[in-house]
Ligand binder design. Structure first.
Ligand SMILES: C[S@@+](CC[C@H](N)C(=O)[O-])C[C@H]1O[C@@H](n2cnc3c(N)ncnc32)[C@H](O)[C@@H]1O
Length: 328
């Protein structure tokens, strides 16, 4: 079983969502909805009269509805980029991005795109962080205005990402998924990219938990963590640490230690597939100390082993169970 327990913020930054770094305040450019006048470039235009604040603190209102657009809608594709570097992207993802008129995403992800893709697009709309709702709405409005739009994110669009939000906003605008030929192009999720760096720590029942309390309150996260840690699941922890979430990380370590031995193997992978990749295998009893070190931040995924997981030759191994049936 693999379960993702919440839909999460799209930010990988240590800054606070809802802080003062939203991009809309100083936005002086005009909405370019439906236009393709500017070359591929970073744009902070707002398309389709969205009236929400991009700071992440006031994103509840959806602006334009489907009736505000006259054009035949384009196609909307949620594209997973995988862990980071272009070689980690699927061919299907590259093709979807090359086919898109407009590419929309968090600035960090846009910066990960190869030049051949960004140069091909008519427009690129990126926002520094947070603002997931307004960014997704921007992508939808551009689609309803007749453009083929790709909205990008790291890993897979179904893992703590924007695929679901896109459908929800489409629905709230009175549109349908078919109207924009909505499609999802999968990417390699962080859990899998990170597991690959660690050896073979997943291979059996695994559950993902996000420690971001941006959308799910911490008491709920704690209760999910108790439930999962008390069973024999490998646990992949997303969004493990930020200055603001220091206490969440400490609490998570405490909960894990109430269910698992201190010598349980734990893998920490920062920036899998990126230039600053770092990999470390430690024990659960030591994990909390890593919360104050560079390797654990919002671009880190932590893999917590089970009672069966062991470390062999610097690799985490979780037996699949073959040894109970076969001799080798
Ligand atoms: C909002 S979630 C997005 C997850 C993404 N959709 C996926 O499928 O991996 C962001 C979290 O994913 C994890 N993450 C994303 N890219 C990563 C990478 N290259 N290395 C390690 N963890 C990563 C981190 O835990 C980060 O806080």
């Amino acid at each position: 079983m693999s379960t993702d327990t919440n839909a999460d913020a799209d930010a990988e930054s240590t800054s606070n969502c809802g802080g003062s770094s939203g991009d809309s305040g100083g936005d002086s450019s005009e909405s370019k909805c439906g236009a393709s006048s500017s070359p591929a470039s970073s744009s902070s235009s707002r398309c389709g009269a969205s009236n929400s604040d991009d700071s992440g603190s006031n994103e509840k209102e959806v602006g334009a509805t489907v009736d505000d657009f006259d054009a035949d809608p384009g196609q909307l594709t949620a594209v997973g980029l995988g862990p980071g570097q272009p070689e980690g992207m699927t061919e299907r993802a590259k093709t979807a991005l090359l086919d898109a008129d407009h590419i929309v995403g968090y600035t960090t992800y846009i910066e990960l795109l190869p030049d051949e893709i960004t140069e091909q697009a008519d427009e690129i709309y990126d926002t520094p962080m947070c603002g997931e709702v307004s960014r997704t709405e921007e992508a939808i409005d551009r689609t309803l205005a007749g453009n083929d739009v790709a909205i990008v994110g790291s890993g897979d669009p179904n893992v703590y990402a924007l695929a679901g939000l896109a459908l929800e906003i489409l629905e709230s605008k009175g549109a349908t998924a078919s109207m924009v030929d909505f499609d999802v192009v999968p990417g390699v999720p962080a859990a899998q990219s990170c597991a690959a760096r660690l050896g073979a720590p997943l291979v059996n029942d695994t559950v993902s938990i996000s420690l971001s309390d941006h959308l799910v309150p911490m008491p709920e996260i704690e209760s999910r963590l108790h439930a999962v840690a008390s069973e024999s699941f490998t646990i992949t922890i997303y969004n493990p640490w930020s200055r603001k979430r220091r206490e969440n990380f400490e609490k998570a370590c405490e909960i894990l230690l109430t269910h698992r031995d201190a010598d349980t193997p734990v893998g920490i992978v920062h920036g899998a597939g990126r230039e600053d990749e770092a990999v470390l295998i430690t024990e659960l009893g030591e994990l909390e100390d890593f919360g104050e070190r560079e390797i654990v931040d919002m671009t880190t995924t932590i893999v917590v082993g089970t009672e069966d997981t062991y470390v062999w030759d610097d690799r985490m191994v979780r037996p699949r169970g073959y040894e109970t049936k076969y001799e080798y």
